[in-house]
Write a protein that binds this ligand. Structure first.
Ligand SMILES: [Zn+2]
Length: 86
């Protein structure tokens, strides 16, 4: 399967292969919200990403990975949902 523009993380740098932004980029977060909504399933998906990242980059500081994979996307989602008003 060729998915040329997929927004996927490239570890160990933690950048998106689709657009080169810090993972998860805004399109990737939007896709996760589409798929999981903004509640617990989304949090579970972010934790799964965090787990993947921790395994891909065992030397990375857990706190930095947590910030990148969970806190940062959740802040973005909070902004999204505040703006959308739903
Ligand atoms: Zn991207």
């Amino acid at each position: 399967m060729d998915v040329v523009t997929a927004h996927e993380p490239a570890w160990p740098r933690g950048l998106c292969v689709g657009c080169g932004q810090v993972w998860p980029c805004e399109p990737a977060v939007a896709e996760l919200v589409d798929e999981h909504g903004t509640g617990l399933p989304l949090a579970a998906a972010l934790w799964a990403m965090f787990d993947q990242a921790a395994q891909a980059v065992p030397t990375a500081p857990a706190l930095a990975l947590y910030e990148q994979c969970i806190r940062r996307p959740l802040r973005y989602v909070a902004r999204l949902t505040a703006g959308a008003g739903r």
